[in-house]
Design a protein around this ligand. Sequence first.
Ligand code: F6R
Length: 322
Amino acid sequence: MTTTQGLRLIVAPNVGEVVRLAGNRIQAGLRAKPQGFVLGTATGGTMEPLYAHLAWRETASRMLDVDADLGGFEHVSLRNIAATFGLDEYFGVPQAFYGQTYRAFMELHLFSKVGLSNNTHLPDWRINDPEQARLACQAYEELIRSVGGIDLQLLGLGGNGHIAFNEPFSSFASRTRLIGLDRRTVVDNARYFLSPDESRGLGVEPGKSPYEKMVSGMWTDRQRAFFELVLNERVPNAAMTMGIGTILEARALLMLVTGAAKRAALHAMLFGPITEGVPATSLRTHSDALVLADREAIDDEVAELIGLPSDPEATLEGVVID
Ligand code: F6R
């Protein structure tokens, strides 16, 4: 289990420790390349505590000597990042729903918090024409190449093993492109496009996916018709995403996996066959991929296979899985 290919796994006791280690990894990247460091960004629930940590670290380092605690090195400001590239963005978002875009997510959680204003790239959420999207995706690839490629790409793990919006059976050679989203994904995403009152009107807790209620057959005709309208008029059913081939070209990959909902996907990614059926298994073909997981994300079988210490406070360092 020790080749240069194959990913390195670290299991930390909790989310706080996962994001601290991820912050250290980003700092190491910046220190190694203080000029011209290019960061690939991801969105989603897993990234929120990471960005909150990065923002805290950025502010705290101006006032306190936090680095001795965090990594033992002097903090390099994230403003030194030369460019960022987001993994993906919705296609055809109505103007009024800018707040649900990945651009808005990144502005809110990271860019505005650390003062990154230039060279923050994501596929353009305003695009709603497929041909325009095709050209924009090509231009995105060229832009990544023109800055010399991505030094460190952040990744989350989908419950079905997806990375970015590359759903199962996406080619490992795929490039940045427009893709249709599974109906299930669209229904799940509807949670972000309903007001709290509208959610409650559907009998769904605000912020929760309406999927279970929808398939339960408990909705009235009116509720059903309203939800269809929301799906048709608000929720994007396509996205622009970096391809798996594009992602694998980053010089280093850093994936964060937290919470029990990711157990099965993480198990398949680490120990299942390397297959396009589980896009995240492509990380095992990369020469510099680090996965930071919390204990919650580790099922019993994986715990045994990697020799996870029983002490819940212990961190398991550096298991190489190929
Ligand atoms: C987001 C992205 C997705 C998420 C994944 C996990 O830019 O590319 O692949 O990383 O769906 O999402 P969360 O973190 O919300 O569980």
